[in-house]
Design a protein around this ligand. Structure first.
Ligand SMILES: [Zn+2]
Length: 55
């Protein structure tokens, strides 16, 4: 099962027993993608963990 990376549109393959909320990493651009749907497969850019970024 493949989805398109929302950032670079590369094909990203989802693991066999993938479930919603799972994180996959785009091999092309390194972006973390969160699986938001399986039927049909869809991903969104995973929210960045906001650590002490000092902003
Ligand atoms: Zn990508």
């Amino acid at each position: 099962m493949n989805v398109k990376c929302v950032v670079c549109e590369a094909d990203v393959s989802l693991p066999e027993n993938c479930c919603e909320g799972e994180l996959v990493v785009c091999q092309d651009c390194g972006t973390e993608l969160e699986v938001v749907s399986l039927e049909p497969p869809a991903v969104e850019e995973a929210p960045q963990v906001q650590e002490d970024w000092g902003e």
